[in-house]
Write a protein that binds this ligand. Structure first.
Ligand code: UT7
Length: 324
């Protein structure tokens, strides 16, 4: 089998949904001033979901994974590889993938996490593709799962209005027909400080700041150029052009970044899957959440060509082209 192909998608959002109005009211009670108008105009976000206390990324990932397995007609016993993309793991170690594997009852195959922040799902899918193509795995579960609400500073209005919690998953299997066509991954560690959670655990205590810091404008400027170059690289590698793209499934950080990428690729916005309005930025979960939303709404169909792309802390960025 020469290829790897997505055979099922799934996603899960925790039940607690906060509209901008809900969040604005909560923040106002703390003396933090923001507005629905600012959030919608600058980001396109209208609502996000937050996980309840005691719920972990592996729990969200499990719900998404179950739906993806069901859609693929597979059971947990078929899974021989689990990769979880997350920056909000359940524990320092073991990996969220190992915890998820046990919760699913998929024990025995390989399981590990990928840490590439908002590019994490593209990274994880590219790694799984390589492992399936080389025969190292036959049936992989690739999950993006995040609880960013736990690492937000709710006194910092420049970041706390942007993010949400959730999970998405795909089943990736060996196939005789093309699925994943190409991928293009990059990182540049000199930009560590523009998007980071700088704290760490030492001697039984958290040292440094364990909450998210972002220079939004610096990230925005970098993101627009890097997403275009990664997208073009995947097209070149697959000998395709922008005209071959049926759907752009971008990381859902900001509608303005998505519009800019679509413009650069000469795609109209009706070829872009948009969930940022309802989910906010769910980091590594955003692309598989958007993919599953597109598939389950019936818009994104088997046989169509999809471009997935994302940027995130690191700085990391990447794109992946596939036939669904
Ligand atoms: O997922 C990883 C990748 N992350 C991203 O892609 C995020 C990329 N960056 C962005 O999406 C945007 O830069 C933001 C949405 C974060 C910010 O939008 P912006 O248009 O770049 O706004 P800004 O940072 O230039 O701030 C404009 C103004 C400032 O006020 P002054 O200095 O002009 O008086 C901010 O203090 O908006 C103010 N501001 C707010 N006002 C109301 C910042 N946050 C808020 C807020 N509510 N929540």
């Amino acid at each position: 089998m020469k290829y790897s192909r997505i055979t099922g998608t799934g996603s899960y959002l925790p039940p607690r949904r906060l509209t901008n109005a809900d969040l604005v009211a909560e923040l106002a009670a703390k003396g933090v001033e923001t507005s629905d108008e600012w959030i919608v105009e600058r980001t396109g976000i209208r609502a996000r979901h937050f996980a309840a206390d005691g719920v972990f990324s592996s729990d969200l990932g499990m719900e998404a994974a179950k739906k993806a397995l069901e859609a693929a007609g597979r059971s947990a016993k078929d899974v021989d590889l689990i990769i979880v993309a997350t920056s909000t793991p359940d524990m320092v170690f073991p990996s969220t993938a190992c915890i998820l594997q046990n919760k699913l009852g998929a024990n025995g195959g390989a399981a590990f996490d990928v840490q590439a922040v908002c590019s994490g799902f593209v990274y994880a899918l590219a790694v799984a593709d390589s492992m399936v193509k080389t025969g190292a795995a036959k049936c992989a579960l690739v999950v993006g799962a995040e609880i960013f609400s736990r690492i937000l500073d709710f006194n910092d209005r420049t970041t706390c209005v942007l993010f949400g919690d959730g999970a998405g998953a795909v089943v990736l299997e060996a196939s005789d027909t093309p699925g994943i066509l190409s991928s293009d991954l990059h990182a540049d560690g000199k930009h560590v400080s523009i998007l980071c959670v700088p704290g760490h655990v030492s001697g039984g205590a958290i040292l440094g700041d364990p909450l998210l810091k972002m220079d939004g404008q610096a990230v925005f400027k970098l993101a627009v150029g890097l997403l275009e170059s990664a997208a073009r690289a995947t097209l070149n590698k697959a000998n395709l052009t922008e005209a071959d793209i049926d759907w752009l499934v971008p990381h859902q950080a900001n509608i303005r970044i998505m519009q800019s990428t679509a413009r650069k690729l000469k795609l109209s916005m009706d070829k872009v899957v948009v969930t940022v309005d309802q989910h906010g930025n769910t980091s590594a979960a955003s692309i598989p959440l958007a993919l599953d939303a597109g598939v389950r709404s019936g818009q994104v169909k088997p046989g169509q060509t999809l471009l997935l792309e994302g940027v995130g802390g690191g700085f990391t960025w990447g794109a992946l082209l596939l036939i669904l």
